[in-house]
Ligand binder design. Structure first.
Ligand code: ATP
Ligand code: MG
Length: 550
């Protein structure tokens, strides 16, 4: 991971000694287990785990589950799988924030006893009404309630004596603060709702701003890295750490969230796409989720390179989707094995090639990596080629097959087109050509120029496959800004399913983790919907780079 302002801060802390003296840098990644991780989380993971890695420190994985929702173990397991896949390990430091409820309660009691918190009976509506503005302080008639009374009421809140919304516990900080987060923020609320881990044990739950610093303190976190929206909450974070009995002083540092255009990134919206069946699941290859990107064919390396290159800053910005694709292409160009696949097949008959003959060509799997070996490609009289590689009447500059023109059949021979056959509707059903036996391997011994090279497969032993081509999930670059409804901008062409595609037979051995470059068509990987007799491949990314560095 390259250097960034977070590292500068940490370097300063280490140089200063003080609170961090002798302590290893210790960070945490705290997802709320209410959805699958997305590429934005990947950035946070690289920041949190990557920073710990850089300093030889530790990073905890913590489920931030202080909200009593119906979180699912499905999410917890998926989160772990995704982080491991990205290449990070939390060792034995896997925690649930809900395991700290008792300690959080104790901290609240401690604050009440210190005169730093009180039970307030203003309703939500009244609280908004009494919030004040820049020139008017907030107010609460309960602020000076005796400590004993607050202690008693807080205990009874816990006991379940009051209904939701009847009371809150508020930190007593500064009703006139210019930072509204400091105007006696609510730190506990009543919520009679079962929690996925603690069941009905609790009916009061801590607010995030109170819970998070306590979680960090309990785990001995030195640097609590979070996104920019928490910047204005930092004084409250520090206030909590200052005023509870804490053995360490974690420092909160904020960095910019990652946004990518033509997609949405909030879990709530991603969940809507899944639950309302706009996509096939959290791992639909069009989703910006880690599991979606994985199924699409993304590699951890490509994602790491992406987050590394966009960097860590203090300014929120939106990155082009094309840049993510650019990073994938960069990786796959080096690592993907080459192969041939025909998406819109038409038969090419080499009329002067013997009917009973088959030749085997050894073709290298990668032009620059001989260590990736060779594969056998069979050739015979009947091949499949792309229907767009033949034009009976060529347009200008067309260099592929048309009557009288010579073309290179990749790695095999030069052929000269002689004509075609059409059905009643005028559709071309077969293309004819003659090969030049002297051009074996696709070379021209006499040095004559052959401009076009086309890919092909052998009709006799190719395999039938389904290919899935993807495009942006949304047509609008910013589908969820302002008062737009992101569902209005779903791209109807985000998934194009091509059936009856013809693949060279070596692809029968493709494994789920293999990556291929199908010549002239893009990078592909096997999809989990594949079966032995019906392979399905996803196009991870096309070959053409749309990304322009500005
Ligand atoms: P969402 O808006 O997607 O629901 P969240 O912030 O509620 O996101 P959490 O599970 O709370 O999701 O996030 C866990 C961590 O990941 C937090 O530290 C959060 O700051 C970080 N994170 C979430 N989204 C992004 C993003 N787009 N870019 C960078 N970091 C992110
Ligand atoms: Mg959240």
């Amino acid at each position: 991971m390259s250097g960034n302002f977070i590292h500068t801060f940490i370097d300063e802390d280490i140089a200063e000694g003080g609170a961090y003296y002798g302590k290893k840098v210790h960070t945490r990644f705290p997802p709320e287990p209410n959805g699958y991780l997305h590429i934005g989380h990947a950035k946070a993971i690289f920041v949190d785990f990557g920073t710990a890695e850089k300093y030889g420190g530790l990073c905890n994985l913590r489920m931030d589950d202080t909200n009593p929702t119906k979180e699912d173990v499905e999410y917890v397991d998926a989160i772990k799988e995704d982080i491991r896949w990205l290449g990070f390990d939390w060792g034995d430091r896997f925690y649930y924030a809900s395991d700290y409820f008792e300690q959080m309660y104790d901290c609240a009691v401690e604050l009440i006893k210190k005169g730093l918190a009180y039970v307030c009976e203003l309703s939500g509506e009244q609280m908004r009404e009494y919030r004040g503005d820049i020139s008017t302080p907030a107010k609460s008639p309960y602020r000076d309630r005796p400590v004993e009374e607050s202690l008693d009421l807080f205990q009874r809140m816990r006991n379940g004596e009051f209904e939701d919304g009847k009371m809150t516990l508020r930190a007593k900080i500064d009703l006139a603060s210019g930072n509204f987060n400091m105007r006696d923020p609510v730190i506990y609320r009543i919520n009679h709702m079962a929690h996925h881990r603690t069941g009905t044990k609790w009916c009061i739950y801590p607010m995030y701003d109170f819970a998070h610093p306590i979680e960090d303190v309990i785990e001995g976190i030195t640097h609590s890295l979070c996104t920019l929206e928490f910047e204005a909450h930092r004084p409250l974070y520090d206030w909590v750490v200052e005023n509870i009995s804490a053995e360490c002083r974690p420092r909160q540092i904020e960095f910019a969230r990652l946004g990518i255009n033509n997609t949405v990134m909030s879990k709530r919206k991603l969940r809507a796409l899944v639950e309302e069946n706009y996509v096939s699941g959290w791992d639909d290859p069009r989703m910006p989720t880690i599991c979606g990107l994985r199924r699409r064919g993304y590699t951890p390396k490509a994602i790491r390179s992406f987050t590394d290159q966009i960097g860590v800053s203090k300014v929120n910005s939106t990155v082009e989707y094309g840049f993510l694709e650019h990073c994938l292409r960069d990786d796959l160009n080096e690592t993907a094995a080459r192969a041939m696949a025909v998406l819109d097949p038409v038969k090419l008959v080499i009329t002067n090639y013997p009917e009973d003959k088959t030749e085997v060509f050894e073709v290298e799997n990668h032009p620059n990596h001989p260590e990736m070996g060779v594969r056998e490609v069979t050739f015979s009289r009947e091949l499949y080629i792309e229907s767009t590689d033949f034009m009976e009447e060529p347009i200008k500059k067309y260099q592929r097959l048309y009557p009288g023109n010579e073309v290179r059949i990749k790695s095999a021979y030069i052929v000269k087109c002689t004509g075609c056959k059409k059905d009643e509707s005028g559709r071309v059903t077969e293309v004819y050509a003659e090969y030049d036996p002297a051009t074996r391997g696709g070379n021209t011994p006499d040095g004559r120029k052959v401009r076009g090279t086309i890919h092909w497969v052998n009709a006799a032993d190719c395999i039938d496959a389904e290919l899935r081509l993807y495009d942006n999930l949304f047509t609008d670059p910013e589908p969820d800004t302002g008062d737009k409804n992101f569902l209005d901008f779903l791209n109807p062409e985000s998934l194009v399913i091509k059936t009856g595609c013809k693949l060279e037979k070596s692809l029968l051995d493709a494994k789920p983790d293999d990556r291929f470059q199908f010549m002239r068509q893009g990078y592909f990987c096997l999809d989990k919907d594949s079966s032995q007799d019906k392979p399905v491949f996803n196009r991870s990314v096309s070959l053409k780079d749309s990304f322009k560095r500005s």
